[in-house]
Design a protein around this ligand. Structure first.
Ligand code: ATP
Length: 546
């Protein structure tokens, strides 16, 4: 499948973005009004693809999970249940989780262009010409940064193309945080040097007001992650269902982050979907469960076609870990918009200890006060803002009472969808109707993820073939998403399906009318075989199950 693809095959982001737009996978949000930065709409094919990614995750992790025996590699059998929590929650949740006080990025403004940038995303390099030196800043993909910096430096030093050799560079690109001050920096898009402000902190949560009054007591936030909904419902789940530790709770849903510089297509959006599991276990077993979830989540991506050198798991170094975590691993993918050798995070698997449940239990806020203002105890120290409710767990067999540890595999549905799209994108050659080789674009999706599973094509638009094909189409459509296409030569129709990743094309020809058999063409190998209509459904079903 897609994982076999050679890394030398070309898969530029530009081509993938253009295919996504042309064939209806993804559109810019509010495009007719000039677009909404950091927001993306999934088109008719994109919505199916993303739903298949989320369904595959939910079915594999929750609904088809077998809790009657330990799964391969798991220390014991366990249960998995789901939740669907609100996007707007009590503001104290975010105070307690640390998001209100700590969830920020540093940003800088440009006094000249009035543009705002994430400080850590600006890259810069010292340029020398005409006896002067200036630090050229860019916000660009790694493959473009040199080109853009050169064009800006040439303009800044007023050099013509024929004098290009007068420009030289001192050192490589670096992050602006390595620079003491920004007075010699030419900001991205600016004409003057030294127009960047000092970096300032910027909270990533979207703020809103609940109810008719717009005052401090009405402030609420759109959730920046789905995880907290699971923690605050921990006791509800334990008390209302038959689960006992170890067990996991899963949630899929929208999250919002006011990213300062959203970029790289859907990779960094302001509105996106997460697929998160909080797995609750006994502290003495948590290290083992951490290893289990890390390995299991990596193999999930393998199963659907991300493999080889484009996918890797990276254990965080000790100095990268949050203070409460004893282990975190990122599952990363080499997206084509990144520089050679760079990877972007698809999912983080974290050992969170008892940090979250402890935090939500400890401390108690005076209910009449605003949960967001600092409240101090008698000793003058800020009061921790937990719920004051006991969120510990009592083991029904041993009667032991403890605060469970949590392992959190936290994935992004949009990033996973984008990675599957990038990995599936392939260019190769296929014979046209005259048998001549022509280039073709194929999305080699795993059949379970493919938005359309089969296309039914009458060989010609006459002799009863369309009627026969339509009857088959209607039958297949009851089983899985199927297309019917009778327009253009059959080779072109195959190519149209290859380009959207349809794994099977079924052609109805003269022979079909007499003995009922059809030709089944497989997308990747382009092999064709004659099969009976009864076989078609089971062949496709088996491939989807894969
Ligand atoms: P990054 O460092 O890339 O900002 P993060 O470490 O902040 O990501 P988490 O808070 O661990 O991300 O969120 C879990 C997952 O949610 C990420 O692995 C990613 O798949 C997804 N995610 C986070 N932020 C975004 C975003 N702005 N756009 C799309 N997906 C996102």
């Amino acid at each position: 499948m897609a994982g076999d693809r050679s890394p030398t095959e070309e898969r530029t982001m530009e081509k993938i973005v253009s295919l996504c737009r042309r064939r209806g996978f993804l559109f810019q949000s509010s495009e007719i009004y000039g677009g909404m930065n950091g927001c993306w709409d999934y088109g008719p094919l994109g919505v199916e693809l993303k739903r298949n990614v989320k369904d595959a995750w939910w079915q594999d992790m929750v609904s088809r999970h077998d809790d009657s025996r330990p799964l391969e590699g798991a220390p014991a059998s366990f249960e998995m249940v789901g939740l669907d929590c609100t996007i707007i929650m009590h503001p104290q949740v975010w105070k307690c989780s640390g998001h209100y006080d700590l969830f920020h990025d540093e940003m800088v403004d440009c006094r000249e262009t009035k543009k705002r940038y994430r400080f850590d995303q600006i890259r810069a390099r010292w340029a020398l010409a005409k006896g002067r030196r200036v630090c050229i800043a860019v916000i660009a993909d790694a493959e473009e940064e040199h080109e853009i910096a050169t064009a800006r430096a040439m303009k800044h030093f007023r050099l013509r193309a024929k004098n290009a050799e007068e420009l030289s560079w001192d050192g490589e690109f670096f992050g602006l945080d390595e620079l003491g001050d920004t007075s010699e920096v030419l900001a991205p898009d600016a004409k003057e040097v030294g127009t960047l402000t000092e970096p300032r902190e910027f909270n990533l949560m979207f703020q809103t007001n609940v109810g008719a009054m717009v005052d401090a007591d009405a402030t609420a936030f759109l959730r920046p992650e789905t995880a907290q909904g699971i923690f605050v419902n921990f006791k509800n789940v334990v008390d209302s269902s038959r689960v006992s530790i170890p067990f996991g709770v899963a949630q899929v849903g929208k999250s919002f982050r006011n990213e300062i510089t959203p970029r790289n297509f859907t990779f960094r959006s302001r509105e996106f979907e997460q697929m998160e599991i909080e797995f609750f276990c006994h502290p003495s077993e948590s290290a083992e469960w951490y290893r289990y979830w890390r390995d299991r989540r990596l193999s999930w991506y393998h199963r659907y076609g991300l493999a080889g050198e484009h996918l890797r798991m990276r254990e965080h170094e000790a100095d990268e870990l949050s203070h409460y975590s004893t282990g975190t691993a990122d599952i990363e993918y080499a997206f084509p918009f990144l520089a050679e050798g760079d990877f972007g995070e698809l999912e983080g698997v974290a050992h969170r200890g008892d940090f979250d449940l402890r935090s939500h239990s400890e401390g108690k806020l005076d209910p009449s006060s605003n949960p967001l203002t600092v409240q101090r105890g008698e000793d003058g120290k800020p009061v921790h803002r937990g719920s004051g409710k006991d969120l510990s767990y009592r083991d029904p067999v041993t009667n032991e009472r403890f605060l469970p540890h949590v392992i959190e595999p936290s994935a992004g549905a949009d990033r996973a969808t984008l990675a599957f799209l990038c990995e599936a994108y392939t260019e190769d050659e296929a014979p046209d109707d005259a048998g001549k080789l022509q280039s073709r674009t194929v999305l080699r999706f795993h059949p379970r993820l493919a938005p359309v599973k089969a296309a039914v094509l009458p060989l010609v638009k006459k002799d009863g073939m369309p009627e026969h094909a339509q009857a088959l189409y209607r039958e297949l459509k009851q089983e899985f998403p199927t297309y019917y296409d009778e327009k253009a030569a059959v080779g072109r129709r195959y190519r149209r399906q290859d380009e959207i990743g349809t794994p099977f094309c079924i052609t109805v020809d003269g022979e079909s009318l007499s003995d009922g058999t059809v030709t089944l063409r497989e997308r990747d190998s382009m092999e064709q075989r004659r099969v009976s209509p009864d076989e078609v459904v089971s062949i496709i079903r088996d491939a989807i199950r894969g």
